[in-house]
Design a protein around this ligand. Structure first.
Ligand code: C2E
Ligand code: MG
Ligand code: MG
Length: 448
């Protein structure tokens, strides 16, 4: 980390706003052609004023110094921390690759700042708030970027996790909306979310082998909210941890009661995968519900795996050692290097549905699907095709040697009682559909 921020006690340095703006402007101009992003975090530490009042300024300063020292240890060498006002700091993060990285950084900073400080014989803590913005995605000048991060900070005040990444949209039910986050928090508190299950079918034997658990939210006034929208909102506002925990427990409870012989897959978002206690949380849920670890599949996207490799790898190895199965979701949409892929303790690769949906019409998609199947097999992984909507696609995938399929053709995501009926009635649940037969279409499509 650079000199401006150094351990000579940035907490006590006079505010350096003007200098900071110059440095930010410089970073923005140098990132121009490189395609790299510059992240800006503004960090507000509430509660220091009260410590000053009750215990004296010396104690307040000591808390600031310890907190700054922790931030300093948590960031990368090129990041730059500046005190811009009394209890407000700014962190410039050059060289970012995607929005996921700034989310992770915000999370990390909020978490280290929230730890209590031991000063003399007292344990003291502040209430950190972190607002984040990304250049040139949100703005391309220092002034404008700081304004975005400040606006995000205002929103962070109202989120459960105390952090917020700037979002441009004004639609009240898009992912960036405070309304959405407030309502999602209430839905989590009131247990108003739901989990649906979608079958995964072994293409060779024609038999269901597992299900994927997908969260559903029926908003009382606004109706169905798309999961990708509310997941993004949860990530942005710190609600992803309770959401992941809720989804995992709901999935395992249903599995134990409704379909104990099938494996169940849950999705882990980029942000939840990088939370320090995620492995504890998952191992606890497995123990509570008494499920065989090998029956739980964790679906993780490629981008999640590359966002914070050392920590991600450690978490993945730990979960693998615990006997859980790891799967790479939406494969083909990220940018994993093959070398990296072969090092991961994953046993399943899911081909993104965008390739599968049009593979019967687009040669290029078909070629990609074929190549991914071969790649997975060379790496001794099971390969799953998601988004199978018709018999022709199924047959093509079978001919290519794809192991498992998932899609509306077999069954849409459904509530657990509907899954129960499906498991009784569908030819895919008994293996009766192993031999390609057009007649099976009717049974399956009647359930769509
Ligand atoms: P995903 O994990 O790739 O899940 C598969 C998505 O494909 C689901 O969308 C499913 O409904 C859809 N799908 C399945 N078969 C077909 C098909 O034949 N045709 C088409 N057009 N679509 C099909 P859904 O439920 O909208 O979920 C979207 C994404 O949201 C999921 O993608 C997953 O990444 C995320 N998600 C859902 N629930 C959770 C959750 O509890 N936690 C996390 N972290 N992510 C979740
Ligand atoms: Mg998935
Ligand atoms: Mg997927």
């Amino acid at each position: 980390m650079s000199a401006v921020s150094t351990g000579d006690g940035v907490g006590l340095n006079p505010p350096q706003r003007a200098h900071f703006m110059q440095l930010l402007e410089r970073d923005l101009s140098t990132c121009g052609g490189s395609g790299e992003l510059v992240g800006l975090l503004v960090i507000h530490l509430s509660g220091v004023g009260r410590i000053n009042l009750e215990l004296g300024y010396g104690m307040g300063d000591a808390v600031l110094e310890q907190t700054v020292e922790r931030i300093r240890k948590a960031v990368r060498p090129d990041d730059l921390l500046v005190r811009i006002d009394g209890v407000d700091f700014a962190l410039i993060m050059p060289g970012l690759k995607n929005i996921g990285q700034i989310l992770l950084a915000s999370r990390k900073i909020a978490s280290v700042c929230a730890q209590s400080c031991q000063i003399q014989d007292q344990r003291l803590s502040t209430r950190p708030r972190v607002g984040a913005a990304l250049a040139p995605v949100h703005a391309d000048t220092a002034e404008a970027l700081l304004r975005c991060a400040d606006q995000a900070l205002v929103r962070a005040e109202q989120t459960a996790g105390g952090l917020y990444v700037f979002e441009t949209s004004a639609d009240p039910m898009t992912s960036g909306s405070l309304v959405m986050e407030r309502d999602l928090e209430a839905a989590l508190d009131n247990n108003d979310l739901d989990v649906h299950f979608q079958p995964k079918v072994d293409l060779d034997g024609g038999r269901v082998v597992g299900v994927e658990a997908l969260s559903r939210w029926q908003h009382p006034e606004r109706g169905f909210v798309r999961p990708d929208l509310f997941i993004a909102a949860a990530e942005r506002s710190g609600l992803i941890e309770p959401l992941t925990q809720w989804n995992l427990n709901a999935a395992l409870r249903s599995q134990q009661v409704g379909f104990p012989t099938l494996s169940v897959a849950v999705n882990l978002s980029t942000v939840s995968l990088n939370q320090p206690d995620v492995a504890d949380m998952i191992e606890q849920a497995v123990a509570i519900w008494g499920i065989e670890p090998a029956q739980l599949v964790l679906e993780v996207t490629e981008s999640a795996m590359i966002a914070d490799p050392p920590r991600t790898l450690a978490t993945l190895h730990r979960l693998h050692a615990h006997g859980l199965k790891l799967s790479i979701d939406d494969f083909g949409t990220g940018y994993s290097s093959l070398a990296y892929l072969s090092e991961l303790p994953v046993c399943e690769l899911k081909i993104d549905r965008s390739f599968v949906l049009n593979m019967t019409e687009h040669r290029q998609s078909e070629n990609i699907v074929h190549a991914v199947i071969d790649l997975a097999h060379n790496l001794e992984m099971t390969v799953v095709a998601e988004g199978i909507e018709d018999q022709a696609t199924l047959e093509q995938l079978r001919a290519m040697g794809c192991d498992v399929g998932q899609g509306y053709f077999f069954g849409k995501p459904m509530p657990v009682d509907e899954l129960d009926d499906w498991l009784h009635d569908s030819p895919w649940s008994t293996g009766g559909a192993a031999v390609p037969a057009g007649a099976d279409d009717k049974t399956v499509s009647a359930r769509r």
